[in-house]
Design a protein around this ligand. Structure first.
Ligand SMILES: Cc1cc2nc3c(=O)[nH]c(=O)nc-3n(C[C@H](O)[C@H](O)[C@H](O)COP(=O)(O)OP(=O)(O)OC[C@H]3O[C@@H](n4cnc5c(N)ncnc54)[C@H](O)[C@@H]3O)c2cc1C
Ligand code: FES
Length: 601
């Protein structure tokens, strides 16, 4: 729904000349001259398996000790700047961000291995870390850029770090990507990517980082470059220039991308290997990446097409909002709107409590109570009859719910999305009933006339992503999170560049519901939930159990439990439900010291 909202509200963007990611020559020169060596900590204060944030002039550095080796890197996650020292360290050199599961490898790029039950996969794409270099190639999504690596050595019982002081500040936490190819002198058909979202942005990055030198063409219906879509519902930001991850100039010049915005792919000929754009032009490709995300659903009810259904721009003081749907995106909007002193916010949901399917009744009830404390009124287990307009008006002014009319100045319909794969009908590719596409572990499509050169990646919130991929724990899933789309893009970029990379990640997502909610794993259709802490105070950890195994973990105000849980799930080291019930604390399980190395490598 928000996607449609977004498309409707956003006009073609003026791209800023400067961006967070643009190179600045003068700044670089100044930074070069500011390299210093400083004693930052007594050696005895950093133990094997520990991380510590230390001051470095006006900035900060993260120290991590693995065995007898000390590593120094940027202290902040390049996604939203979380303090990495509060995250999770593994003995093989991974730092997992405490907030949204972004991964920073200390020892070169890692690819998570599959759990013990599956095919073992553990790939290092670059040589082992040497303290001088910045040889970390990629981090996992949602981290959009790499960290700086600094030199560290021990002398006179003190840890010394050599760093350019400017690179230790939060403002400069991101390291410019090392692109092994720019695409500037490329020829041939290259890669065509359909879509301009999270999956696309990470795929472009990964292709060039892995040395793919042929042309890359991005075809997107949106009129702006890939944005941080997750912020739309949390911060009600509708200006894409404020949330773009890469601007058009960078994508075109630095990444050598042919960026075609505001165009729609209307068909694909998989035999002849070309796409049709806007029903007219054709564009040939060598490799095709299908990343169209989802199309918001509309309830098939009377009034669903009235003009102010979907508009959240109207969320102004004094207005009355009716929100249809009570899952993540709609409830994030509700949380954001309730800070804007609206006259009323009514939420209509089908379940007994919001979030019931994903988080369970107890957590859902606690979150409902929180939203009620902010003035939100819930109409759960309710059926919508219709949306009504004033006489001779195309604007909705009410929603009729089981006979009662809820007054509305605008209506938001948050009832999920469906994979936006309509344009593939007739291409020979098998589209599943719900619009998804089955892929193998390399995200190559499983059906159609060309299963070698066509990839499907990415997701769409609430109902599922485009790619239905084999999970490393067994079964096939379609997951609908930002990180999954991004990591799909990274994996495909690597594979197309010649370094085949299977996709084996534990999905992570987050949401803002009064407090930050974190979630990892695949917990749908759980058998039972073990809840620790106090959901009423929005301070808890919930363990989702299926077939007597913990398959997912959610938390509020308990960082970095979910980051730790995602690593334990990945490594097959998650305790049993019985152990957790008996009081086992995930944070006490050692995966960081050299004693744990054999378990994690
Ligand atoms: C408001 C909102 C909040 C969210 N919050 C979170 C969150 O907090 N955490 C989380 O994990 N996930 C969140 N999600 C989900 C997350 O944003 C998606 O999973 C992610 O964006 C999927 O990335 P994608 O690249 O597959 O597709 P998208 O980001 O949806 O991008 C799809 C792109 O394809 C283009 N396109 C579609 N069809 C065509 C066509 N035929 N021709 C050309 N272009 C086409 C679209 O214009 C768009 O540019 C949120 C989603 C929304 C909408
Ligand atoms: S702040 Fe680190 S992953 Fe989001």
């Amino acid at each position: 729904m928000l996607l449609a909202l977004h498309r409707r509200l956003i006009r073609p963007a003026a791209y800023p000349v400067s961006s967070l990611f643009s190179f600045n020559h003068h700044l670089s020169l100044r930074r070069m001259s500011n390299t210093k060596t400083i004693a930052v900590l007594d050696e005895s204060e950093l133990q094997d398996g520990q991380m510590k944030e230390v001051a470095f002039e006006d900035g900060k550095v993260l120290l991590s000790k693995l065995g007898d080796k000390i590593h120094a890197t940027s202290a902040f996650c390049t996604h939203y700047g979380a303090p990495l020292a509060k995250g999770v360290l593994t003995a093989d050199g991974r730092v997992v961000c405490p907030w949204h599961g972004g991964l920073s490898p200390l020892l070169g790029n890692h690819y998570p291995r599959a759990s013990a039950s599956a095919q073992a996969i553990s790939v290092r794409l670059v040589p082992r870390y040497t303290p001088v270099s910045s040889d970390v190639v990629i981090e996992d999504a949602p981290a959009p850029t790499a960290l700086h690596s600094f030199k560290a050595h021990v002398a006179d019982g003190k840890i010394h770090v050599t760093a350019n002081a400017a690179n230790t500040t939060k403002a400069n936490m991101s390291r410019q990507p090392k692109l092994l190819a720019s695409g500037t002198e490329s020829s041939g058909r290259g890669v065509v990517i359909i879509g301009g979202g999270s999956g696309t942005f990470h795929a472009v990055e990964s292709l060039r980082e892995h040395g793919y030198s042929a042309p890359i063409t991005v075809l997107s219906k949106e009129t702006h470059t890939p944005i941080d879509r997750t912020k739309l519902s949390k911060a009600l930001i509708v200006d894409p220039a404020k949330i773009e991850w890469r601007n058009a100039a960078d994508l075109k010049i630095k990444y050598g991308t042919n960026l075609r915005l505001g165009v729609e792919v209307t068909g694909v000929d998989l035999k002849q290997k070309f796409v049709t754009i806007d029903g007219r032009d054709t564009l040939p490709y060598d490799k095709l990446i299908i990343a169209p995300g989802g199309t918001p659903r509309r309830l098939p009810i009377e009034g669903a097409n009235l003009d102010n259904v979907f508009t959240f721009r109207a969320a102004k003081e004094g207005k009355r909002a009716v929100v249809i749907g009570s899952s993540f995106i709609s409830m994030e909007l509700v949380a954001a709107m309730s800070k804007r002193k609206l006259a009323s916010i009514d939420v209509i949901g089908m379940e007994e409590v919001p979030f019931q399917n994903i988080l369970g009744k107890e957590i859902g009830a606690a979150l409902q109570k929180y939203h009620e404390s902010q003035g939100v009124k819930f109409h759960m287990q309710s059926k919508i009859d219709k949306i009504v307009a004033a006489e001779n008006s195309t604007l909705a002014n009410g929603v009729v719910v089981t006979g009662e009319t809820l007054p509305a100045d605008f209506v938001i319909m948050g009832v999920g999305v469906a994979p936006a794969t309509e344009f593939l009908k007739g291409s020979g590719l098998e589209i599943e009933k719900d619009g998804g596409i089955k892929v193998n572990e390399y995200l190559r499509v499983k059906s159609g006339p060309d299963t070698q050169n066509v990839y499907a990646i990415g997701l769409s919130k609430d109902t599922g992503d485009v790619a239905i991929y084999p999970q490393h724990t067994g079964g096939e899933v379609r997951i609908e999170h930002w990180n999954v789309a991004g990591n799909h893009g990274r994996a495909v970029g690597s594979t197309i560049s010649g370094k085949e990379q299977p996709f084996v990640k534990v999905p992570v997502f987050w949401s803002a519901q009064g407090q930050q909610l974190r979630y990892c794993g695949v917990g749908h259709q759980y058998d039972r939930i073990i809840v620790k802490g106090s959901p009423e105070d929005l301070k808890f950890v919930a363990y989702y159990v299926k077939n007597d195994k913990i398959v997912a973990v959610a938390s509020m105000q308990n960082d970095p439990v979910v980051s730790k849980a995602s690593e334990l799930l990945r490594l097959g080291l998650m305790p049993t439900p019985q152990e957790v019930e008996a009081g086992k604390d995930l944070l006490t399980i050692d995966i960081a010291t050299s004693a744990a190395l054999a378990k994690v490598e």
